[in-house]
Structure formats: C-alpha cells, structure tokens
Design a protein. Structure first.
Length: 391
C-alpha cells in the first residue's frame, strides 16, 4: 500500500519500514542538472544570474525564479523531503560586469569555471575560507560588547513560502527541512578561535551563546513556517577524526547541540545532525547523548560506512540520511557504478526495522555529474518497481 511523503518520512524517523525508502536531496543552485528540467534562467545559470544582478534585476524576480526552479527540480526527481536554498537578501551586493564572463564583487574579480560552469574567483588564492578573513581583534570586540540580544529578527523565507504554495497547488505532499547552525560547526572557526578553545574558553562559550541567541528564534520560525525537520550542527570532523578533542567537544559543542535539539523537539519537529567527516572518536556524544533524530552528510569516504554504522549500533537508534558517496562515486564513477552503490545502500537500509532516507553524502554539488545523479534516482525507482525518469 502506497503512503504519502509525510507518513513515509515519519516511519523512517520512527525506525519503521515504509512502503519505500523516502528520497531526499539538496540541489546546489546553478548546477547544470537544472537545465534540462527548468531551462537556463537567473536561478539555474550563474552567468545569467550575475549578469542580471549587475544590471539591477529586482529582488522579487530573483526570489520568484529561485522558487520556481527549486520546485521544478524537486518535483522532477520525485523527492519526499525538500531542503531549499534561499535567494539573495534584499540588499544583496551587486557584482560589476567587467566584460564577457568577468565580474568584480567586493574587490575580487570573478570568472566562469569551464568545467563546472560556476563562477569562481579569478585568482584562486582569493577564494580562501571566510574564516581566514576574520579579524581576531574585531571579533573579540563584538563578543565582549554583545548585549545578549539576537543579531536580527527571525523572518519567513520567501522562497520556502512560494515553493510551499506551488507544491500545494500541484497536489504535492512534501516534508520540508530547514537548516540552521548555532555556532557548533568547528570546521568554520577561524584559526585564532581554535586557539581560544585552549587559551580563552570563556570567550568561545560567549561567542556560541551569541550564535544561539539568533539561531534559536530562527529555528522556531522555520518550524512555525512548516519545516518539520531541522538540520543542525555543522561540520565538526574531517577524514582523520574530530577537529577538537572528545573532551572539548563535550565541553563546548555538545551542550549547544543538546539545547538546540531540545527546542526542536519541544516544537514538535525532528533534529538532524549535519556534518561531514569521521565521528567515531565522539560517537556516543555525537549520535546518542546529543539526542538527535537523524544524521545527514554521512561521509562514506571518511569511514562512516554502512557496515560500521550497523556494527556500532548507530543504525536503529539514529535515522540515516545517506549514504551515496558524493565524493567519488557520484563525481568520478560511471552510471553503472552509481546504480550498484544505490542498490547496495537501499539494501543496507532495509536490514533493520527502518530508519533510512536515501540521500547523497552531501548534495548534488558542482562536481557531481548530472547523469550520475539521474542514474541514482533511476536505480532507486527500479528497486521499488517504479518507472524510469524521462531524462
């Protein structure tokens, strides 16, 4: 008996086998996978977008185009759960066009990457992580001057609202995932903040409180707006293990995660920990003591494999949102490689009572081949006796 997406996802989080494994994906904006589905628009082609922004396109037009494209791509692939990308804010910085496929934005020149069709800094060295650009003295000043208030009011995401309207008009039942961090993504800490962890721990704790003061009201707004699943956390590990010791994770990160999860549960939603990397050194705190309902960005290439998730008792206690390899197989493999891995992943997910949602180990990002993601969805549809996509 077929069930709707809401019941399908509910059963996955309740560790029950639904009629079929729920399908979920995150599609990076401007990925060429959009083009056969949506055409090339300011929401699907980054060159068109930057040219339009340089020419002064209205914010409302960007929002409308983003919503339409995201609605169409999720509808085409038949997902059960949707996580949307927003549009630029009303006061977004506009690039200045320098010539054919060349722009300048905030003092940095950009050009088109011939392979990915995405826009990147002309000088790769200027593409350094945002964390490396932060001023230690300025951040310290902000932390010490913080008055305990949120950085700004929580607002409804206009792209989410418009996609919900489009889906309802089309008779589609989707589960919506919101995503928001609360200062716990250690991978994004500037280098000096990693030193603060050891030398000025109270300063880091106050900074996390600053982040939470804004994140918690925004989380409540997401849930009020219909996001019954909320992705939280942020990257805390790399391939070799956590970025900080298990003791430091327990002292600095775990309390914030627990507070975030508690708020989400009190509002009647599900909390999903989102982090690349190898988490086995912090397994108990990361998976169990955190109280999370699910685990996303299951990094197979970093050692978070199905056999070990089973052996360590994670599967069956935490819903697994994965585990298609978006580092190698979806990027470098053939469609047949992808088909085999997808079916293997689905079979692992059915070894227990339930608790699996099919998803790439990160997203359909710029290095994922469009034909490989299509192959993954066709393998999924084949596994459950559904017709192939008309790609």
């Amino acid at each position: 008996m077929m069930t709707g997406a809401t019941e399908r996802v509910r059963r996955a989080f309740a560790f029950e086998q639904p009629d079929r494994t729920p399908l979920f994906e995150i599609f990076q904006p401007y990925h060429p996978i959009h083009w056969p589905i949506c055409g090339r628009t300011v929401a699907t082609d980054e060159v068109l977008a930057w040219d339009a922004m340089a020419d002064g396109i209205a914010w409302e037009e960007l929002v409308g185009a983003a919503a339409q494209a995201q609605f169409q791509v999720n509808r085409f692939f038949g997902v059960d759960m949707v996580r949307l990308n927003g549009a630029p804010g009303r006061g977004y910085p506009r690039p200045k066009k320098l010539g054919a496929a060349r722009w300048e934005l905030e003092g940095i020149q950009y050009a088109v990457n011939a392979r990915t069709k995405m826009i990147v800094p002309l000088d790769p060295g200027q593409g350094a992580a945002d964390s490396a650009r932060q001023s230690e003295s300025e951040l310290r000043r902000k932390i010490l001057a913080w008055d305990g208030q949120p950085a700004g009011p929580a607002r409804t995401d206009p792209v989410l609202r418009r996609v919900q309207q489009l889906a309802a008009a089309d008779g589609l039942e989707w589960v919506y995932m919101g995503e928001i961090g609360c200062g716990t993504g250690v991978a994004f800490y500037p280098p000096f903040m990693l030193m603060w962890l050891a030398e000025e721990p109270d300063l880091v704790k106050r900074w996390i409180e600053m982040q939470m003061a804004t994140a918690l009201p925004h989380t409540q707004q997401l849930i009020a707006d219909g996001c019954t699943v909320v992705a939280i956390g942020g990257d805390v590990s790399c391939d070799k293990g956590p970025f900080l010791s298990p003791r430091m994770y327990r002292e600095f990160i775990l309390p914030a995660i627990q507070r975030h999860v508690q708020l989400i549960h009190q509002a009647g939603a599900r909390a999903v920990y989102t982090s690349d990397g190898n988490h086995w050194l912090i397994k108990d705190d990361f998976f169990f003591n955190s109280g999370v309902d699910g685990y996303k960005e299951v990094d197979k290439a970093a050692g978070m494999t199905w056999p070990r998730l089973l052996a360590e008792g994670v599967y069956g206690r935490v819903c697994i949102l994965g585990n298609l390899d978006a580092r190698y197989t979806l990027c470098l493999g053939t469609p047949e490689d992808v088909r085999r891995e997808t079916i293997e992943c689905l079979r692992y997910g059915q070894t227990g009572p339930g608790g699996h949602i099919l998803h790439a180990s990160h997203s359909v990002h710029e290095d994922v081949k469009a034909e490989n993601y299509v192959a993954a969805v066709n393998a999924y549809r084949e596994f459950f006796g559904m017709g192939r996509l008309a790609w």
